[in-house]
Design a protein around this ligand. Structure first.
Ligand SMILES: O=C(O)C/C(=C\C=C(/O)C(=O)O)C(=O)O
Length: 132
């Protein structure tokens, strides 16, 4: 982690380039400066089946959850979250203009006692930074 997991209603595929969305979130996460670069992962999962509000099929949603480790204070988490949400929200302005749409973003903090990881991307990035 940090893991950004996006779930979205399948009807957005016609209007939104999800490849661009995951890259935008990755860049915004890097810009916050609070995450180890090698730990950042962003994915988007299309939901084929969903039910929203009063059940009309033309509503859409995109929900993003960030799972991150312990050790950052609330002010730091809030500032980073606001930066990321602002970038994502601005990118999705055309969706808000064209349909009824719900966007949400939450953070969840991992308990370090029950979180296991193995990741050699950190080392690879260090080597690359040294040798180009
Ligand atoms: O510490 C965590 O649980 C998540 C995290 C970083 C994780 C990695 O770098 C990794 O999995 O390699 C964080 O900075 O919040």
């Amino acid at each position: 982690m940090p893991h950004f997991t996006i779930e979205y209603s399948g009807n957005l595929d016609r209007h939104v380039d999800m490849g661009a969305v995951v890259e935008l979130v990755r860049k915004a996460a890097v810009e916050t400066g609070i995450f180890p670069l090698g730990g950042i992962r962003v994915r988007a999962v299309r939901c084929e089946h969903y039910a929203i509000a009063d059940g009309r099929q033309n509503y859409g949603f995109l929900d993003m959850v960030l799972r991150l480790g312990e050790g950052r204070d609330l002010a730091t988490r809030k500032k980073a979250g606001e930066h990321i949400f602002k970038a994502l929200s601005a990118y999705l302005d055309p969706v808000f203009a064209n349909q009824k749409f719900a966007l949400s973003f939450d953070m969840q903090i991992n308990d370090k006692e029950t979180s296991w990881k193995r990741n050699n991307i950190h080392e690879a990035l260090k080597v690359e930074a040294l040798h180009g």
